[in-house]
Design a protein around this ligand. Structure first.
Ligand code: ATP
Length: 468
């Protein structure tokens, strides 16, 4: 994340400091970064999460083992291989199948029996985005709702309005054979008359508004809540205030309310927060599938400046057939310049840029996935976490560095690495244009203990060889 914030700050400052000397611009950049980091991080995480949801059409497969830590280690551990085994209400099972789900996902196999158990059990679950967490807790909420009782029974907290809407859509889809079931959004801008009580069964919203609705405005009676879901806990705590608000909401709930918390990552801060809001939890974790550089051929090209980097890129394109490539730049400005230059050369280029709305970004990625464009130029901010399987060539037009200018190995791995399943061969080319970037490259090599070969892009024979 830090890299992205840094790049964003650099982008913004690039425009502002054009006329000042190199030294003072560095100072200004550093200050701006420090000031902006927190805000941008929040924005980044929420935007990234939304982007992932918008572009994802299926489950993310994972061959790792699920780790389960039961609150009561002596109770039997149930796991299910089919939705029938869960004895869901028929309308709900119908909803699940109508969504095209044939069987529970890996995390759902363990999480669903725990979430649906009687008496209800609390759960903290962590697994990467796209592994079926949302579908799981939506199913849990829907199966506990009593449609005949017209008051909120399930409460779900999301970090942003947009993310709340996405979850709402899943509730609507899965609950579609339960037409009497109603959903309300507790988000800023959704104003209700004072003194009113909500009759909807499920309320989904952001912590600030939900807290107002429960405490100040009393639209919701928190004592009647049976299921409390805290989604995207990692994104949630990146926002100032959300953590406290969530805890205050949780304190108003009855003791026997089922508490469920989900997160894609599990840093210490998330874990501490989770333990504060979920008493006596069962814990489920599914490790991310590891990416490796084993099947990737890595090269670097030595250049003197941006124009030479561009020329090297053109030489590459001239010599080998590149089905689809992703090109990473450090700043928006470079990315737009490069996209324009490539277009002039006749390439079909897509540009992902930080100033685009998340929906626009999702549309660009979708088009690229469909092969409508062959080159995707992007900054790191926009491309984190995007898997485009068919991309065989990745170009680091700028090497990934963190806010202190050190190599960002994690981002490097994520940009060019492949998981075992998509272990197709790939090609990565790094553009190096200064002593500093050569130093970064060397440190990346050392970190991964993998040699990155030099490539001379003026030598067509040599380039052709790497393609085979
Ligand atoms: N059992 C299943 N079978 C097939 N598809 C599923 C199943 N469960 C979920 N999906 C689909 O897989 C995708 C990812 O699921 P879901 O959104 O629940 O994951 P997630 O872990 O909540 O991701 P995020 O953290 O981004 O919210 C969705 O398109 C969803 O409809």
């Amino acid at each position: 994340m830090a890299t992205d914030s840094w790049a964003l700050a650099v982008d913004e400052q690039e425009a502002a400091v054009k006329s000042v000397s190199g030294l003072s611009s560095r100072v200004i950049k550093t200050n701006a970064t420090a000031e902006k980091t927190e805000e941008e991080e929040k924005e980044d995480r929420a935007a990234q999460s939304l982007l992932n949801k918008l572009i994802r059409s299926n489950l993310v497969d994972n061959t790792n083992q699920v780790e389960v830590l039961q609150r009561d280690p002596n109770s039997p551990l149930y796991s299910v291989k089919s939705f029938e085994e869960l004895r869901l209400k028929p309308q709900l099972l119908q909803g699940v199948y109508a969504m095209g789900f044939n069987r529970p996902s890996k995390i759902q196999e363990n999480a669903l029996p725990m979430m649906l158990a009687e008496p209800p059990q609390n759960l903290i679950a962590q697994s990467q985005s796209g592994t079926g967490k949302t579908a799981a807790f939506v199913l849990a909420m829907l199966s506990r709702v009593e449609p005949a009782e017209r008051y909120p029974q399930c409460l779900c907290l999301s970090p942003t309005y947009e993310l709340a809407l996405q979850t709402g859509k899943v509730i609507e889809q899965m609950g579609k054979f339960h037409p009497e079931l109603k959903l309300a959004y507790a988000v800023r801008g959704n104003k209700l008359e004072r003194g009113q009580k909500i009759s909807e069964h499920i309320v989904i919203g952001t912590p600030g508004t939900v807290l107002d609705w429960c405490a100040k405005l009393k639209f919701i009676d928190p004592k009647k809540i049976k299921v409390f879901v805290l989604d995207e806990a990692d994104v949630m705590i990146a926002t100032q205030g959300h953590q406290d608000q969530s805890i205050r909401i949780q304190r108003m709930l009855p003791r026997n309310c089922q508490m469920l918390l989900f997160s894609a990552t599990f840093e210490d801060s998330v874990w501490k927060f989770a333990q504060k809001v979920v008493p006596d939890p069962n814990i489920i974790k599914l490790k991310r599938e590891e990416e490796t550089l084993d099947t990737i051929k890595q090269y670097y090209v030595l250049c003197n400046n941006r124009d030479e980097k561009f020329q090297a890129l053109c030489n590459l394109y001239g010599a080998i057939t590149i089905a689809q490539a992703m090109i990473f730049c450090h700043t928006r400005k470079t990315a737009s310049w490069l996209a324009a230059e490539l277009s002039k050369e006749g390439h079909q280029v897509a540009l992902l840029s930080g100033e685009m709305m998340v929906e626009q970004r999702a549309a660009v990625i979708e088009r690229f996935r469909e092969g409508k464009e062959k080159v995707l130029v992007t900054t790191n901010v926009c491309a984190r976490g995007i898997d485009v399987e068919q991309v065989s060539v990745v170009i680091n037009f700028d090497l990934p560095v963190d806010k202190d200018g050190n190599p960002d190995n994690e981002t490097y791995l994520h940009r060019i690495g492949r998981t075992g399943r998509f272990g197709k061969r790939g090609l990565a080319v790094n553009m190096v244009d200064s002593k500093h970037s050569m130093n970064i490259l060397n440190r990346i090599q050392e970190h991964f203990n993998k040699k990155i070969e030099r490539l001379d892009t003026d030598d067509l024979d040599e380039i052709e060889k790497i393609a085979n």
